[in-house]
Design a protein around this ligand. Structure first.
Ligand code: F6P
Length: 327
């Protein structure tokens, strides 16, 4: 087993609240072990361009409460090519980096797996994404904060929905995963959630119209997962209601990137801190190419290949809960 003296840490893909808390935890836990820490700026793009700085205990002070990522982030197309990864490896050697901690979502961990397959680089992943779509961990860093942000927004939207007797289709992020939509719908007392995981042939809109709009209800909130693969966002459903049920007054609200910003919740700070420390424990134990996650409140290690390739299911109990409570 290669002795570790220096690690590199980077954030990649969409920023998520709590990424700073995880950079802080990785840095301090590594220094606690006597290792040096290099911060790689702008994710894999900065690794290719040699944008690498020293991180100390002080450099991560006063960061746990901040949103975004102090190391900045990027989605690097170049790193997806063998040439890009070759340049990145040169900088790994230049800075004597023995192991890499990658904080990011699906694409970021897929990048780490490709890199580790080609070069002798030990990689550990931390799930950092608001989407909560990584298999093998109950929660990802940033998800809880984004969920709370959505809840705050929808509570405000409901004031208008109620005052004007309107149906609001509120579109939330999640890429191809419906965790944000489903759970914010439950938390907001919404009438329905339209999520990509619902593979039944039932028309989700008709289902909602038929079941969800009770006579005694004069307003409705429907959370719609952005679902770029299906191309059916909030506007699609609003247009259909306008056409198929013109008796209802409809509005659309797309929450967009405000869901990714803001100070991380306590739950995200704690998760990020625990996973950050656990990533250093994993390296010390000789683990490689695993994502550190949490299952039933216990730290677990999931091989990258499983975390990336397996679809994380949405518990049917969540879907049933919303259906029962929105009668
Ligand atoms: O993966 C996080 C995420 O916010 C997704 O929910 C969303 O689809 C995507 O990133 C948006 O990416 P960008 O900020 O590059 O537009």
């Amino acid at each position: 087993m290669k002795e570790i003296k220096t690690i590199g840490v980077l954030t990649s893909g969409g920023d998520a609240p709590g990424m700073n808390a995880s950079i802080r935890a990785v840095t301090r836990a590594a220094i606690y072990k006597g290792w040096s820490v290099k911060g790689i700026c702008r994710g894999y793009a900065g690794l290719i361009e040699n944008e690498i700085i020293d991180l100390t205990t002080e450099s991560v002070s006063n960061t746990i409460q901040r949103g975004g990522t102090l190391l900045k982030s990027a989605r690097s197309k170049e790193f997806m090519t063998p040439e890009g990864r070759a340049k990145a490896y040169e900088n790994i050697l230049k800075h004597s980096i023995d192991a890499l901690v990658v904080i990011g979502g699906n694409g970021s961990l897929a990048g780490a797996l490709a890199f580790a397959k080609e070069y002798d680089v030990t990689c550990i992943g931390l799930p950092g994404t608001i989407d909560n779509d990584l298999y093998g961990t109950d929660y990802t860093i940033g998800y809880d904060t984004a969920l709370n942000t959505i809840v705050q927004c929808v509570d405000k939207i409901r004031d208008t929905a109620t005052s004007h007797d309107r149906i609001f289709f509120v579109e939330v992020m999640g890429r191809d995963a419906g965790f944000l939509a489903q759970n914010s719908a439950i938390a907001c007392g919404a009438e329905a959630a339209i999520i990509p995981e619902d593979q039944s042939n039932i028309d989700q809109l008709e289902n909602f119209i038929g079941r969800g709009i009770r006579k005694s209800k004069n307003s409705s909130i429907v959370l719609v997962s952005e679902s770029p693969a299906a191309g059916k966002g909030a506007q699609y459903y609003a247009d259909r209601v306008k056409k198929e049920h013109p008796e209802y007054e409809v509005r659309v609200s797309i929450l967009g990137h405000l869901q990714r910003g803001g100070s991380p919740s306590a739950a995200d700070r704690i998760l990020a801190s625990r996973l950050g420390v656990a990533s250093i424990v994993a390296l010390d134990e000789g683990q490689r190419n695993v994502m550190v996650g949490v299952q039933n409140d216990k730290i677990v290690y999931i091989p990258f290949s499983r975390a990336i390739k397996m679809d994380k299911p949405i518990d049917k109990e969540l879907i049933d809960t919303l259906a029962v409570l929105s009668i």
